[in-house]
Ligand binder design. Structure first.
Ligand code: BG6
Ligand code: MG
Length: 224
């Protein structure tokens, strides 16, 4: 028997190349606080909420902050991040993402965004992709950060699809863990070594063709 399937996409690092802007904004704050922060350190920040990222950064620097100071740094980081985001346009959509979204639209497959970011909707609007998604679950709606599966479970509920009939595209280790814990089919986009616990791995969407999507749909819709 074939079940209704749902495709869930992470945003940062999957749909748009915003991971570099998050890094630059955190790096600026880290420099101000005298904390060494590299792109490798930034891997731990991928998929992780803004608040949790700052907690990790301060732990790295051995800094204890008052609640007021903590919140001020959160605002400062987001302001710097938004300065980058405000200049974004469609050229920052990652390669072949529209191809896959269009394929799913022509097949009437429900799609959701499942992101830890509180800036998800404005970013999708900026790059003109909001209309491709039937629903958006973002950092404003979830209380537990990835690797907790809350964001993906909420997305599957909103789509009216059971977790075992959902596919998740993710670039973060925490996101793959969240998808696996939710019982969904995880697809790692990026470095296969970092994302080795994904069910399938691709460097980017240029490696995903209609044949693969067809077989994926077959496989996921018949999961019992
Ligand atoms: C995730 C990013 O998508 O969103 C994280 O991978 C980021 O790096 C998180 O910290 C929260 O984003 P925002 O836009 O709410 O600060
Ligand atoms: Mg991501």
């Amino acid at each position: 028997m074939k079940h209704k399937t749902g495709f869930i996409f992470d945003l940062d690092g999957v749909i748009v190349d915003t991971a570099k802007y998050h890094y630059l904004a955190w790096k600026k704050l880290a420099d101000e606080l005298g904390i060494a922060f590299t792109e490798k350190d930034n891997e731990r920040f991928k998929g992780v909420s803004r608040k949790r990222c700052l907690e990790i950064l301060l732990e790295m620097g051995g800094i204890v902050a008052s609640e007021e100071q903590f919140n001020a740094w959160l605002i400062e980081k987001n302001k710097d991040y938004l300065d980058y985001i405000n200049t974004m346009d469609e050229t920052e959509i990652l390669p072949d993402v529209p191809k896959v979204l269009r394929y799913l639209k022509t097949k009437n497959i429900p799609t959701a965004l499942g992101s830890a970011s509180k800036n998800a909707k404005p970013i999708l609007e900026k790059v003109n992709l909001l209309s491709y998604f039937d629903t958006v679950v973002d950092g404003n709606e979830v209380s537990k950060a990835k690797p907790d599966p809350e964001v993906f479970i909420k997305a599957s509920e909103k789509l009216g699809t059971k977790p075992e009939h959902c596919v998740v595209f993710e670039d973060a280790l925490a996101g793959i863990e969240a998808a696996n814990t939710a019982g969904m089919t995880s697809i790692g986009i990026g470095d296969a070594e970092v994302l080795s616990n994904a069910k399938f791995n691709f460097v980017d969407f240029t490696e995903i063709d209609d044949n693969f999507l067809e077989s994926l749909l077959d496989r996921v819709s018949t999961n019992d």
